[in-house]
Design a protein around this ligand. Sequence first.
Ligand code: SF4
Ligand code: SF4
Length: 310
Amino acid sequence: MTLTAQEVKARAAELGFVACGITDLGPSSRGDALDRWLRQGYGGNMRYINRQAKKRKDLRLIDREARRAVVILDNYYYPETAHADSIPRTARYSRSTDYHIITLKRINQLAELLLEHGAKTARPYVDTGPVPERELAERAGLGWIGKNTMLLRPGLGSWFVIGSIFTDLPLDVDPPFATDHCGSCTKCLDACPTDAFVEPYILDATKCISYLTIEYKKEIPAELAGQLGGWAFGCDICNDVCPWNLRFATEATIPEFRDRGELRGADEAFFDRMTEGEFEARFGDTPLARPGLERMRRNWRNAWGSLRKT
Ligand code: SF4
Ligand code: SF4
């Protein structure tokens, strides 16, 4: 029996995804912009993006068997994960179990549906591999890439994880999202504490707190460490201030995305006291495992230091 795009989307909704779109695969319209961004060094030490550039610029190269990408959005917004100002803050998505685990479990079930209906390939990606998720989602009609470089969806905002399944099933595709609803707004650009936006839509990741606290492996440069504003892992400011989030953010329905409370009451020596074994037991299945204990000690120290400066 032939599977229709509507049936795929209905199953995605049953699995708790807030949106689902389908796109064909072809050369990226943002390939030149990616080259320029890399040439300027805005990717810092994320050299994997250089290595992946060819595939990111031509989506057909990601999986040569695939003809379509089914793209889903997984809302992770719980209002109670708003950060207390007095202690170091961590990005909203980092306070639950790792989204790779939460979203992958359900996107795998969506992939099974495709395989049951004759797909030879149905490969899921959740912020993994050479997939330019935001562009893919825009191509699949799910939203536009805003001045803060996040994907924004009318009626929802941007508090979601983007996942995709590359498949050979010739499903009907959605028209790309063709309009930009940022208008004259510059709230995200104005609010960034480290001036990480070179211009609207272009982020110098080497200045971004998310990069500095998650990807950057050395000691955080002093002038930027002083501007962390208490962020110890990631930064939500350019999402927090966005009018589309302020107006439309909707509580998630996936309980695993709730704050696990692991950092509640954590004092200044919290990570310094912790052994590797304790860190693994407590944070091994959370996004904090990416920087690991040593870098969380660095981040925590710098975040407390930055709070004293404010
Ligand atoms: S995440 Fe924070 S530091 Fe990075 S661009 Fe957004 S506001 Fe700036
Ligand atoms: S804050 Fe304003 S400019 Fe920035 S992404 Fe949101 S709508 Fe666009």
